[in-house]
Design a binder for this molecule. Structure first.
Ligand code: PLP
Length: 443
């Protein structure tokens, strides 16, 4: 018997055998309406003919060529396109195979930038408690997901941590949103000063938090304040858009809506939309120039960087998003989904918060609304909702976890950009049934 460690060791999940549009199919002929795109990955849905054709063409032409010897036209074209659509100042691209690799790459690039600038004493990252940046050791170190970090804690580099911008939980009743934002920025500045500003490499944050709480958008002005503090102390700002980027929130990059340009941006998930494993780090021109004028090379590399078939898939995804004006579609469908969720759950006694941006929306479940009391962690309500949803032929991304000693149950919705209004109605109907069914098991 083979023990397969990339899935549950206790349970064998259904076997996926096909997919078309917003549906996935298993080997028993059951269909699942994919309301989370996996983990906010499948932005074009399943079986998209244009992406598949582009991958076939690339495989026929040149499936692989190592970057030590060659580049490929498709990787160059993808890089050009990513830069052309990126926030101000981004001039460089480094193509990798996923989100953790992208974050790992961004962390190392930021450190090398400091070393080549004659500041080798900069060795500290500041990140937020409510954050997930990946599972490799560097990315895990900057992440704030306690249960994922715990067994590996002795292996992780020290990271300074500040509060995330999480208005529902963080803002006091007598605080205005502006006061709350100012408080968070004061906390960040204090952390920088405490660490010693010339010791800090970068501040890392997800513009819209994903896996540790679900679609938590920042308050207005928060990231402008972050950018100002980073500039004041010569610290880089790394935006982790692995989950919230590539159109998911209605703009290509979530941070565009905050009017801010990061120094480094990590993307993945929606970049290849699930058709290929691919991620990228987008790099400010000043970082590129310092390395060019200094050592001349970034000390990094993986066997599959710039993989041509992955690049072909990502390029095709980008072309479809532009050709079919899918960002407009995300904004439209996102507003429709939000309205439907509000109508169905706004007064629900166990839904404490409905939030998000674009087609990246979350319900936060609570035992009791007035005090925002969470359900007990051992009830695993989020897992019960996921299981119930699968029985109802619906895929939602459940999240539960304890951060700063506080448990939360969240359900993330991130349907493909091609979802129709009818699909949205179906999603919300099945979700309602799944939430009610799961609540009965924990009540
Ligand atoms: N960063 C964020 C914000 C993520 O949500 C994730 C994955 O969920 C990662 C990084 C890690 O990406 P991957 O799972 O592709 O390694």
């Amino acid at each position: 018997m083979t023990h397969i460690l990339h899935r549950s060791l206790r349970q064998t999940p259904p076997v996926a055998v096909g997919g078309a549009g917003v549906y996935l199919y298993d080997s028993h002929g059951r269909s699942y309406l994919d309301a989370s795109g996996g983990a906010a990955v499948s932005s074009l849905g399943h079986g998209h003919p244009d992406v598949i054709a582009a991958m076939h063409r690339q495989i026929d032409q040149c499936a692989y060529a190592h970057t030590a010897f060659f580049t490929t036209e498709v990787a160059e074209r993808l890089a050009d396109r990513l830069v052309a659509n990126a926030p101000a100042g981004i001039e460089g691209v480094y193509l990798v195979s996923g989100g953790s690799e992208a974050m790992e790459t961004a962390l190392k690039l930021a450190r090398q930038y400091c070393v080549e600038g004659g500041e080798p004493q900069r060795s500290l990252f500041i990140a937020r408690r409510q954050s997930y940046h990946g599972n490799t050791l560097g990315a895990l170190a900057v992440g704030g997901n306690e249960w994922r970090r715990k067994p590996f804690a002795p292996l992780l580099i020290d990271v300074e941590r500040v509060s995330a911008c999480y208005e529902y939980r963080g803002r006091a009743e007598d605080q205005t949103v502006d006061q709350y934002t100012a408080m968070l920025l004061d906390e960040l500045e204090a952390a920088i000063l405490q660490a010693g500003p010339d010791r800090v490499i970068a501040f890392c944050a997800e513009p819209v938090v994903g896996a540790t709480g679900g679609a938590i958008p920042p308050t207005p002005g928060y990231f402008r304040g972050v950018r100002a503090l980073c500039d004041k102390y010569g610290i880089l700002f790394i935006a982790d858009e692995v989950m919230c980027g590539m159109g998911r929130t209605g703009t290509m990059y979530a941070i565009e809506q905050d009017g801010v340009a990061p120094d480094l941006i990590a993307v993945a998930k929606g970049l290849g939309a699930g058709y290929q494993p691919i991620g990228a780090v987008l790099v400010n021109g000043a970082i590129v120039e310092r390395l060019r004028a200094g050592s001349g090379a970034f000390l990094h590399g993986h066997t599959y960087i710039g993989h041509p078939v992955a690049a072909a898939a990502a390029l095709a995804v980008q072309q479809v998003i532009e050709r079919d004006d899918l960002l407009t579609q995300v904004r439209l469908r996102g507003a429709q989904l939000r309205a439907m969720l509000d109508e169905e759950f706004e007064d629900h006694p166990h839904v404490g918060d409905i939030r998000g941006r674009g087609l990246f929306l979350t319900l936060e479940l609570v035992r009791e609304r007035a005090h925002k009391t969470p359900f007990a962690p051992e009830l695993k309500l989020h897992a019960a909702i996921k299981a119930r949803a699968m029985e109802n032929g619906l895929l939602v991304y459940p999240m539960g976890g304890t951060i700063d000693g506080r448990h939360g149950d969240h359900v993330l919705l991130a349907p493909p950009f091609v979802v129709t209004q009818g699909d949205l109605g179906e999603i919300v109907g099945r979700l309602k049934e799944s939430v009610e069914g799961a609540l009965k098991t924990v009540a």
